[in-house]
Design a protein around this ligand. Structure first.
Ligand SMILES: NC(=O)c1ccc[n+]([C@@H]2O[C@H](COP(=O)([O-])OP(=O)(O)OC[C@H]3O[C@@H](n4cnc5c(N)ncnc54)[C@H](O)[C@@H]3O)[C@@H](O)[C@H]2O)c1
Length: 334
């Protein structure tokens, strides 16, 4: 296959094969549209687990070595501080990129990656995995059909009873932020995606760490945040997210849309991180749009691989990633 790009069965390299990298690798293997040609992962144990999934893959030292192979695409699942720089290098070398979220620690980093993808004319996608739940797919359809009338309110919630276990998540220089960067990014994306990325008028937020208020552009990561995002058309989006909130369950996850003609909401079932129910509301009555089981976790990765195999190049919708990152920057007051 020609270096960097051609239609057919793309050869992929996997950079970082921790739990999330291996999960997405399995989804791409299952989709059976691409070859896992190589992996780069510093931990020998972790690399061995990845090679068990893809026995034909070569293990190389680092990104440079992956890029020297002239692969068609690179799947990045390294710590967040590395995402933007690694994505830019991969795109500039002619490879398409599928990157874990967040694509960058701030909007400037995200814009640099999108610019690199546009300049190289390569397919760029980010693992905004909740877009690929059947529930959100149905809710977006209902919202965009106009059935709910004018959407004037959106409620977004993601409380995770646990916090990340890797130290870098707690250094804002490395992570870009706490629970907003980790969990809020998914929700802000879902809201703007369902509403076709309208302009954002105003953003206000309160951030906390261990119950204490943080100021703007904090030097500590937040573990609780509330934010109000006012869209140019007047729609009010309320966001609440946290790590280690004592909420009596593993997780509270919600994306609810309220319009002049009804409502629709995605909610996790019984505190689950994985099981969601989507409903459409008329007054006090509810109709189920989607319910478990729905194995959605690997769909964004498989979708990118399929699009790459179909010969897709840069897609201008990648610019939406910058819009989400700008909202996050405003939540952080920077
Ligand atoms: N899409 C989602 O819903 C979702 C879910 C979980 C995690 N994530 C994201 O995945 C990313 C990774 O998170 P994690 O908890 O697996 O982190 P992690 O610290 O375990 O790192 C992942 C892997 O990258 C490897 N690595 C580190 N530096 C590397 C380098 N220079 N080159 C190649 N490999 C390198 C590590 O050895 C590790 O195996 C984070 O950015 C996180 O936000 C996304």
């Amino acid at each position: 296959m020609a270096a960097g790009f051609s239609k057919g069965r793309p050869r992929l390299g996997f950079l970082g094969t921790g739990w999330i990298g291996r999960h997405r690798m399995s989804a791409i293997i299952e989709a059976d549209v691409a070859e896992v040609a190589a992996i780069a992962e510093p931990s020998p144990e972790t690399a061995a687990e990845a090679l068990a999934l893809a026995p034909g893959a070569e293990r190389v030292d680092a990104l440079d070595a992956l890029l020297a192979m002239g692969l068609d695409g690179i799947v990045i699942a390294t710590p967040s501080a590395l995402h933007a720089e690694q994505s830019v290098l991969a795109l500039a070398s002619g490879a398409a990129v599928f990157c874990q979220k967040p694509l960058g620690r701030n909007a400037a980093e995200v814009q640099a990656v999108v610019d690199a993808a546009r300049a190289a004319d390569r397919l760029l996608a980010v693992d905004l995995s909740y877009r690929f739940t059947e529930g959100m797919r149905r809710i977006r359809e209902v919202v965009r059909s106009g059935e709910l009338g004018r959407i004037y309110a959106v409620d977004l919630v993601f409380h995770n009873a646990y916090g990340p276990d890797k130290p870098w998540f707690y250094d804002p220089k490395l992570s870009g932020g706490g629970c907003v960067m980790d969990l809020g990014v998914h929700l802000v994306d879902l809201a703007l995606w369902c509403l076709d990325f309208p302009d954002v008028a105003q953003v206000g937020a309160q951030l906390f760490a261990a119950g204490e208020r943080l100021g703007p552009d904090p030097s500590q990561v937040e573990d609780y945040a509330v934010a109000t995002i006012e869209l140019a058309g007047g729609t009010a989006i309320r966001l609440a997210c946290s790590w280690r909130l004592q909420a009596g369950r593993d997780a509270v996850i919600e994306a609810a849309f309220y319009g002049t003609g009804g409502g629709a909401a995605l909610r996790n079932r019984d505190g689950s991180f994985y099981d969601f129910t989507a409903e459409r509301y008329r007054g006090t009555a509810g109709e189920v749009l989607a319910s478990p089981p729905d194995p959605w976790g690997g769909r964004a990765a498989a979708d990118w691989a399929r699009r790459l195999a179909a010969g897709e190049r840069f897609d201008e919708s990648a610019q939406e990633l910058v819009q989400v990152a700008r909202v996050l920057d405003r939540i952080y007051g920077r």
